[in-house]
Design a protein around this ligand. Sequence first.
Ligand SMILES: [Cu+2]
Length: 496
Amino acid sequence: MTTGHGGRGFVPKGPKGYVNPSDPEVIAAEKARGPGPVRTFRLTAAETSLDLGGRTVRSWAYGDTLPGKEVRITAGDILDLTLANHLPVTTTLHSHGIRMRCDMDGVPNLTQNSIKPGADFRYRFAVTHPGTYWLHSHSGMQLDRGLYAPLIVEDRREPLSYDKEWVIVLDDWVDGVAGSTPDGVLAQLRHGRGAPMGMDMDVDTGEESEHDGNSSHGPSRILQNSHSRILHSMGGSVDYPLYLVNGRLPHAPSVFRARPGDRIRLRIINASGDTAFRVALGGHEMTVTHTDGYRVEHKKTDALLLGMAERYDVLITAKDGVFPLVALAEGKNAQALALLRTGGGASPHASVHPRELDGEIVPARRLVPHESVALCGRKPDREIRVRLTGNMREFNWSFDHQPYSLARRHPVREGERVRLTLINSTDMWHPLHLHGHTFALKGIDAVGARKDTSIVLPHRKLVVDFNADNPGLWMLHCHNQYHSESGMMTILGYRK
Ligand SMILES: [Cu+2]
């Protein structure tokens, strides 16, 4: 077995004049993050059987649990995480939302070579900011299998006081059900075509990487007749047979136990491939404290909407009894369920619909950043405008009608304040994610909440500002896995 010595020294194909992932500028930024205690973890990506609660599926996961075992560190630590690839195909690991050194970002062919079957890769980087993050494969459609795990970064000076913490991971599930695989579903959506040419070319071999040993596509999983009022469009593209909270089906939900009166911090992560979840806890109001790992001024709400890869932290004060935590698959007429139990009583039915789901939903743009994380008001030095393009019929999602290419980069320079304007000219909503940075939403009349992933509704635009303070090459992509694999990805590149 070979052990990679990190991604150090990797140089992607593409134009000259950009800061490559292991260049001195990247090393200098990493050094400025300071030394810290090293926290060592080992994950194994492998094929396994997963018990979803009365139903077992064969899939790929980190270890043999779903979600993968939580990785928990403290801000200021050095995360030293070795990924062993026991899959039959190549893989990489991305630490979503962490602003780390570029060569540890886990993007195949951009920040590292893919990890070959049987090989290891050691991800080692400083983590300076606390919050709720997650680990997932960044290769092909693997995220829509079971290759994800929570990454929790504790705060040495935790500003919140609470008695218990409940990590809640939401997912939509198709893999291993009646012969379906995410690659097969993508092929259905693309009328038999897989990812576009070039998307998954292995740089070393020039061969198209194989994500799927199964050539049968199973029953049709294409979502029909869907509409979501709050997403102004279809719920998504995929009609999943199953929806999960913490790897469990609604008929055999995971149960979180606490005492009446406990203050509980919920860390909610949407790890799904193509589903926005509307989340509420029956009988309880939630107080939003963070989104995407960054503090906001506390704001009460009945429910939350999470696009793929978004996270919210909320506080609740537990009442006495049994309460459903419901994640409604927005526009898909289905839901996932977990339970909070603090006392006696019968468990609610799997299809329970707490009234909070139809109450107020505070959108991210209404959140006010906590002063400790608010970006200062500053005129942008540079504006990047990107148009979201493509349609459902051809399933040709892209930016500016261009296919993804390692050679196409949106240039920035270190030290700039950058304004990124994402113009959605499609009929579909998209959750957009920028690697390596936590941008500020454009607030009502000031800079808004900090996030790394944000929903843009059809025919609307999303305007975000960020400080270009993390040199390297960074993905900007839709976090709908079926959209990004169809081509809705591009690169932000720091100029030398
Ligand atoms: Cu999209």
